[in-house]
Design a binder for this molecule. Structure first.
Ligand SMILES: Cc1cc2nc3c(=O)[nH]c(=O)nc-3n(C[C@H](O)[C@H](O)[C@H](O)COP(=O)(O)O)c2cc1C
Length: 194
């Protein structure tokens, strides 16, 4: 079978919460946002916009609005020397849709994360965020609603995929490596009947 790069990238993607402090070219971030632009959109409303944050003072403010890995908190809060290198704040432009279809956001976010990973950049999509504080930081007003944040940068951890029918909670081993359980394929696919 042909070597399928996209397939491999999908298998490789794990949420990354520890990052190298190595520059990520804006050109690459814009390529990922272009992939978000091209994601499927219900009724093609295209209500999503993206606020990229990579200035040091602003980054610290965004960092303070995020909650990492709730099941094992605070053990996966990145220390300052492994903090995300940049953020993408996903914004709903309410003038484009008063009732945004959440499926659009999922499709766009996954496109962003997979595109970034194709350039070696890891990410974590976060919804456990202090939206009021973020809103004030960027003075977003009433036109935009914050949906979520993608924290990203070159990975400084290598989470391990596990297969587990029952446990859904990721865990840390004695070497501080994150293990992420996923339900087995045979538990989730059905063929012609349930
Ligand atoms: C909608 C959504 C919201 C999430 N919010 C957070 C979050 O606030 N903080 C966090 O550390 N991870 C968050 N995650 C990442 C999940 O914890 C992660 O996807 C899950 O543990 C599976 O790991 P994987 O991404 O490596 O497959 C979120 C993921 C999704 C899809």
């Amino acid at each position: 079978m042909a070597d399928n790069k996209t397939h491999k990238i999908i298998l490789k993607r794990r949420s990354i919460r520890f990052f190298k402090q190595k520059e990520v070219p804006l050109k690459i971030i814009k390529k990922a946002l272009n992939c978000a632009r091209l994601a499927p959109s219900a009724a093609n409303l295209q209500f999503l916009e993206y606020l990229v944050v990579n200035g040091s003072t602003l980054k610290e403010k965004v960092f303070n609005c995020l909650r990492f890995a709730a099941y094992i908190a605070p053990k996966r809060n990145p220390p300052k020397k492994q903090a995300p290198y940049f953020y993408i704040i996903l914004l709903v432009n309410k003038e484009k849709s008063a009732a945004p279809n959440l499926r659009d956001i999922g499709a766009a976010a996954e496109n962003i994360m997979l595109s970034l990973l194709s350039f070696g950049i890891g990410s974590c999509w976060l919804q456990n965020i202090n939206k009021d504080s973020l809103n004030k930081t960027f003075d977003l007003g009433s036109k935009y609603e914050i949906d979520s944040v993608i924290a990203a940068g070159f990975p400084d951890e290598a989470p391990k995929l596990e297969t587990d029918s029952r446990n859904i909670k990721y865990w840390l081993d004695g070497k501080n490596r994150l293990h992420v359980p996923k339900r087995p394929l045979n538990d989730i696919w059905h063929y012609n009947k349930i």
